[in-house]
Design a protein around this ligand. Sequence first.
Ligand code: ADP
Length: 322
Amino acid sequence: MNTYDLLVVGSANADLVVGVERRPGAGETVLGSDLVVHPGGKGANQAVAAARLGARTALLARIGDDGHGALLRGSMESAGVDTSGVLVGGAPTGVALITVDPSGDNSIVVSPGANGRLTPDDVRAAGELFGGARVVSVMLEIPLESVAEVARSVADGARLVLNPSPPAPLPDEVLAVCDPLIVNEHEAKVIADASGTELGATPEDWARQLLALGPRSVVITLGAEGALVADAAGSERVAAVKVEAVDTTGAGDAFTAALAWRLGTGESLADAAAYAAKVGAAAVTKEGAQASYPTAEEVAALCCVSPGTPPGPPAGTAGTTA
Ligand code: ADP
């Protein structure tokens, strides 16, 4: 009997957002809006997304002994994430400094802070979390040597899900245990480039080429086009759920978390990806990352909206329509 449906190992950041009329050039100072601080980071996002869906979820991460760390812990705990693996200290909590102009274009500086101090020793010391997890999900906003230690620490019978973001070349020993490797087009290109592979024309080509690099399975995310899943048996397209996209921030993290959780329940890769596509679609219908993540009930409601129907208030609250 597993203690956790999902163990996420990854980053936790505070996103510090300021709206500006114009993003500053070199040597320039501009005045902006009031500061808004959101909980973020791909690890914390995934953990919150899975817990909100009802998965028993733990996060192994490192935050600073500061207010941003407290904000992140609060957000995770209110979603139901087990934070016993959230280590404190060594550096300030990671932050992303984000300026956004009226057209929606942004400039971002990330200070990894404590995320960069999540060491292979920290991973080795978390044996109890790994021993209790059906599925482990990891991304690259922590040191690569810690990611490699995660790949070595996955318990027998459990599976590793990896989203290589921000993209970087991966060691063969990590690629070999990914089941699946989850990439968008840009990430696929970086992984392929590192092995001297030039990607073909279609997502089916990319999946086949990536599988040749060692992962047991591959998922390609395609935004509003859905996703493609592939393993040794072949590949299959997964349709996106049609919604009106408001903000795509964090959709990939919600998709990955949902997919990882459903795989642990024994679903096939295609079925888990179909569920994850609903979760990703729900996440793009609201502003923000963690604030946009749906509950299982909201996902179920979304699936009953027929394709092409604009999203509206839940049944029973809508006014009469012609
Ligand atoms: P990433 O952020 O990693 O590039 P995507 O933007 O492809 O990830 O989003 C992950 C998944 O979320 C997609 O595979 C899709 O299922 C869903 N999704 C993303 N954007 C939309 C959208 N505009 N409409 C419907 N589903 C979406």
